[in-house]
Design a protein around this ligand. Structure first.
Ligand SMILES: Nc1ncnc2c1ncn2[C@@H]1O[C@H](COP(=O)(O)OP(=O)(O)OP(=O)(O)O)[C@@H](O)[C@H]1O
Length: 479
């Protein structure tokens, strides 16, 4: 080593820049020959030509027919054909407007929206929304399979990129809605990599609904209380469940309670159903006292009413035990709906701890045991947090009217509801009565609006159906 003259040469002076790595590997850039590029364009064109008659049979068929007519019979023949076709369409539209709307107008609209909205803005909106996936330096986007229109919404059926999940889309519904100029976007999963995005074109619930006609023979498992966004009636089940209605002040909780009471009032008149009302505000239910079998408006009387209900329920359960497994409403064993307006008054805000405790116990007992023996609790609440109402999970059915915060949506409608488009915290304050609900058999929240039952309607209901005598619970005492 000492004899080696170049011994110091192997050492690197500290100032010499060191390469980050000894060898650099990079993907070789190979230019695609022009013939391959041309061939790929020709294949794409052929694919479009072959698939067009399958995907758009009417459009391709009519274009082909017109071209052939023009070729065979000249301009005159073409003009006659166009006039004849237009007359047929006009006659169809006048005589059978519904089928024309469904088979022609909505299909033309769908094609128009597909080209001018979704196809045109698909790539930029999805890329900016973060739904484009990259793999080996190539970008992959979910693909539009089909666009259809209903009278109020566009439905875009989409094939997801392999390796992504519907949850990725559900997290971007706000971006998609704004990107395509819609008020909201809802995601429905049809199958693996197969989802439908629903974009409303206009708000079908913008106009208030007058009180609905009272059904002659009410079905307590499907009471008409309003309308769904898709134009279908909104039915609410009471028999065999408990319902919690949540919304900030002025959200329209009263309209849901009154619509329910209105729909079941024939059953109240014939004695097969009873409404027991707790009205701590004295401003909501007191107006229709004549409809209620029992009524309470103070903490003490409310607790007495609830405990009377619990006693009645337990008595019924004892009679049914071993004999009957389901309740059938009769005059002897009526279906009892305990309506609690502002239930937090009893469970959180009442100054007497004993009243709060007894009320909570009674509500918990009714909601956990009352379903099968014909007792239902229909409660309204402003604030769904656990500190205010820790019994909300005992209510199988919940209605989310306008809420204060985004986090409250999942508290009310269950996990994932907001991701699926139930933006109850974004409901316009000018639309009281608008809510999101889950309907039976579907995880997708549905937007609905309750009908508005005005004071005159309540007066009429009391006059025509208020057969039940008013029996204040305080007269009888708690059971
Ligand atoms: N379904 C509805 N359609 C149209 N307007 C409604 C509807 N529901 C309520 N409103 C209007 O909104 C107002 C407030 O409604 P409501 O009193 O039912 O709200 P709330 O949620 O019960 O509020 P609070 O908790 O303060 O009592 C009503 O006076 C009425 O004018």
């Amino acid at each position: 080593m000492l004899r080696n003259n170049h011994a110091g040469a192997a050492q690197t002076p500290p100032t010499l820049p060191m390469p980050a790595q000894a060898f650099r590997f990079s993907t070789p850039v190979v230019e695609t020959p022009g013939i391959f590029v041309l061939a790929s364009w020709i294949i794409r064109l052929l694919r479009v030509l072959v698939l067009a008659p399958i995907r758009f049979p009417v459009a391709v068929g009519s274009t082909a027919a017109l071209t052939t007519t023009g070729y065979l019979f000249g301009t005159v023949g073409l003009t006659v054909t166009v006039i004849a076709a237009t007359s047929v369409l006009l006659t169809w539209r006048t005589r059978w407007p519904l089928s024309f709307h469904r088979l022609v107008a909505l299909r033309v609209l769908a094609a128009w929206r597909w080209i001018t909205v979704y196809r045109r803005h698909w790539q930029p909106v999805l890329v900016v929304a973060g739904l484009a996936e990259s793999y080996q330096e190539r970008r992959y986007l979910p693909r539009i399979r089909k666009v259809t229109c209903s009278s109020w919404a566009d439905r875009v059926r989409v094939r997801l990129v392999a390796g992504t999940a519907p949850a990725d889309v559900e997290q971007r519904v706000a971006e998609l809605a704004h990107g395509f100029g819609a008020a909201s976007c809802r995601v429905t999963v049809l199958g693996p990599r197969d989802v439908v995005l629903e974009f409303p074109r206009h708000d079908t619930l913008a106009d208030p609904l007058d009180a609905l006609p009272i059904p002659r023979d009410p079905d307590l498992a499907a009471l008409p209380v309003g309308r769904r966004e898709d134009g279908e009636p909104w039915h609410l089940r009471l028999h065999g469940t408990h319902v919690l209605v949540v919304g900030v002040t002025g959200a329209g909780k009263g309209s849901v309670l009154w619509s329910v009471i209105r729909a079941m009032s024939p059953a109240v008149r014939d004695g097969t159903a009873q409404v027991w009302a707790v009205d701590p505000k004295r401003m909501e239910l007191s107006y229709g006292r004549g409809l209620f079998a029992r009524y309470a408006d103070t903490g003490e009387t409310a607790v007495a009413l609830l405990e009377t209900a619990v006693a009645g329920m337990q008595d019924r359960a004892e009679r049914y035990a071993g004999r009957q497994r389901a309740h059938v409403p009769t005059v002897d064993d009526p279906f009892v709906v305990v309506v609690l307006d502002e239930v937090a008054f009893l469970t959180a805000y009442h100054p007497d701890r004993d009243v709060r405790r007894r009320a909570e116990n009674a509500i918990a007992t009714l909601t956990s045991q009352g379903r099968s023996v014909g007792f239902c609790v229909l409660a309204a609440l402003q604030d769904p947090r656990k500190e205010v109402m820790n019994l909300r999970n005992l209510f199988p059915d919940k209605i989310a009217l306008r809420l204060d915060e985004a986090s409250q949506v999942d508290m009310v409608l269950g996990e994932g509801a907001r991701e699926r488009g139930a933006n109850a915290h974004l409901i316009d304050p000018d639309l009281p009565g608008v809510a999101f609900v889950r309907v039976e058999g579907s995880p997708i929240p549905v937007r609905v609006r309750a009908a508005y039952v005005c004071d005159d309607d309540i007066d009429t209901m009391v006059t025509e159906y208020g057969a039940a005598p008013l029996r204040p619970v305080s007269d009888e005492g708690a059971a």
